[in-house]
Design a protein around this ligand. Structure first.
Ligand SMILES: N[C@@H](CCC(=O)N[C@@H](CS)C(=O)NCC(=O)O)C(=O)O
Length: 223
């Protein structure tokens, strides 16, 4: 938004709020929503996002389906952009990196790497999440194995990608690295074998945005 440099700061802030602060993130600390918060930090987008904490039903049975959460399944994350709802972490990632391209967290449509980027986001949701859950809960069935493969094959896929420059899409860290590495950091028992993958997860988790997110989550959890 181009606002005259001479406009008083209060007016600039008001205009920015009107034009940009249309994003609401329905949020619960230490959940998949934390990945979206971290992405907002990386994108420099936090000041445009109104974070609304909601209760969710946790794996231990605590929490409840919050009436103010518009997610049709009572889950987080959900992003509201000017009244339109975006749910599913991978979709929110693609949406936000399109909206805030400045920090180069993802290749834009029409640019080299865009296809890979969308493929990794979709692979996270359509392959990695199921494989991790099957592994964690020891669900075994030949049809599942045939369709989704195994954690070992997940590891091989990642290793092959990482050998091309250290990150999933080459030498540059992207939102796909954030998303997929965090999935392993959250569930270390489902980490595939292989030093390269472990080292990449560690590198992705060493970013300041991870610390910012942990601090934010701790503050929220303490409230
Ligand atoms: N596939 C969804 C999964 C979302 C999800 O399961 N979120 C959990 C928190 S990590 C949740 O809200 N659980 C509450 C519930 O299942 O009711 C996504 O990636 O956004």
């Amino acid at each position: 938004m181009a606002v005259s440099a001479r406009a008083p700061a209060r007016v600039v802030r008001l205009l920015e709020n009107m034009v940009l602060r249309m994003l609401t993130l329905y949020y619960a600390p230490m959940s998949r929503a934390s990945r979206v918060y971290q992405l907002c930090v990386e994108l420099g987008a936090l000041r445009n996002v109104n974070v609304v904490p909601v209760s969710i039903v946790r794996n231990d049975g605590s929490g409840w389906v919050d009436a103010i959460n518009p997610h049709p399944e009572g889950k987080v994350p959900l992003l509201d952009h000017d009244g339109e709802h975006i749910w599913e972490t991978a979709a929110i990632f693609a949406y936000l990196t399109d909206l805030f391209p400045e920090n180069g967290l993802a290749p834009m449509a029409g640019h080299t790497g865009r296809g890979q980027y969308l493929s990794w986001l979709t692979w996270y949701a359509g392959t990695l999440e199921p494989v991790m859950h099957f592994h964690l809960y020891k669900v075994e069935h030949p049809a599942l194995q045939r369709t989704f493969r195994s954690l070992r094959e997940v590891g091989r896929r990642l290793e092959a990608a990482l050998s091309g420059g250290g990150y999933l899409m080459g030498p540059q860290y992207s939102a796909a690295d954030l998303l997929i590495a965090d999935a392993f950091a959250a569930v270390p028992d489902a980490m595939p074998p292989g030093a390269a993958v472990e080292e990449w997860v560690r590198r992705c988790r060493n970013r300041p945005s991870v610390t910012d997110t942990m601090i934010f989550d701790k503050q929220l959890a303490a409230e």
